[in-house]
Design a protein around this ligand. Structure first.
Ligand SMILES: [Zn+2]
Ligand SMILES: [Zn+2]
Length: 300
């Protein structure tokens, strides 16, 4: 039989007494593992192995599950800007709960019985459907829509599962749901695509360009916009990204790259810059077409 610590590892580094008893761990084996320091009892009936992270410790001590935005972040699904820990407790659970953990991280509690159970649900983590369901209630419209698209892109939910959630989503999300398209490679891309369309630009997502691959967004058919997320654009991507930018420019299309902060904290300035670049690109294109038409009109 596997060691108690290995069994806890197999359950995601946290387990309840019931789960462990169900796997054949006896109370005496549990005591021995604690004495040897291979596992810890974080709270009554909850055990962690040495790999458990801070969120799992907080969930265990609060007898709750990691849910909502925090469950999404673990799966690299877009979860907006709120970095607090979101934990779910069964509805009607009594007792007061701290608003922060020992290190000062804010904690938001949701009292709700799971609406969507799933095979991947754990004693310490809600199912993917439950996590996204909670998140679209916690997030504003912009981030909720980005979260739904990202959940599909990251393989966290299928399009059919997202459709199920959309059918029961709050009324405030209906407009955004009609605009859903599962082209975005990141939450930031969804946000930029929607914001630009809402101010009247024609924006096409994931345009396939020979020799370059897919471009995140193409505005008015003349400016390519890439959104630099932490995931895809680390230091090792720097050189590859620059090669790609040069190839795009060589095809006569302006190429710009937006960072997280430019999108979320400096949007007014960013939008003004995009507007200027698009206008310049359109003028350049009309001048080129003008010259071609003039040449065509020239008598032979
Ligand atoms: Zn482990
Ligand atoms: Zn939440």
């Amino acid at each position: 039989m596997h060691s108690t610590a290995t069994l806890i590892c197999s359950l995601g580094h946290a387990a309840t007494t019931d789960e462990l008893l169900g796997l054949g761990v006896t109370p005496s084996l549990l005591r021995t593992a604690i004495q040897h320091g291979t596992i810890v009892r974080a709270a009554r009936g909850v055990y962690l192995c040495s790999h458990a992270d801070r969120d799992q410790w907080n969930a265990a001590t609060a007898h709750s599950r990691i849910s909502c935005l925090s469950a999404l972040r673990r799966a690299r699904v877009w979860a907006g800007l709120d970095r607090s820990l979101h934990l779910q407790l069964p509805a009607h659970t009594g007792g007061s709960r701290p608003g922060r953990d020992r290190s000062g991280q804010p904690i938001r509690f949701h009292w709700a019985n799971p609406r969507f159970q799933g095979a991947t649900q754990r004693s310490w983590l809600v199912s993917p459907m439950e996590a996204v369901w909670q998140a679209i209630h916690c997030l504003d419209e912009e981030h909720a829509i980005a979260c739904l698209e990202s959940a599909v892109h990251e393989g966290f939910l299928t399009i059919d599962q997202v459709r199920t959630l959309c059918g029961q989503a709050p009324a405030r999300l209906r407009g955004g749901i009609r605009e859903l398209e599962f082209t975005a490679g990141s939450g930031m891309e969804t946000v930029v695509r929607r914001r630009l369309r809402h101010v009247g630009y024609s924006v096409v997502a994931q345009v396939s360009v020979a020799g370059i691959g897919d471009e995140d967004l193409v505005v008015e058919d003349c400016v390519a916009i890439e959104t630099d997320g932490e995931k895809w654009h680390g230091a090792d991507r720097f050189h590859a990204d620059r090669i790609r930018d040069l190839k795009t420019e060589a095809l006569g299309r302006r190429s710009i790259r937006l960072t997280h902060d430019q999108i979320f904290y400096e949007w007014e300035t960013t939008l003004a810059a995009i507007a200027r670049i698009v206008t310049d690109a359109q003028r350049g294109r009309s001048r080129r077409f003008g010259r071609i038409l003039t040449r065509l009109d020239d008598p032979l």
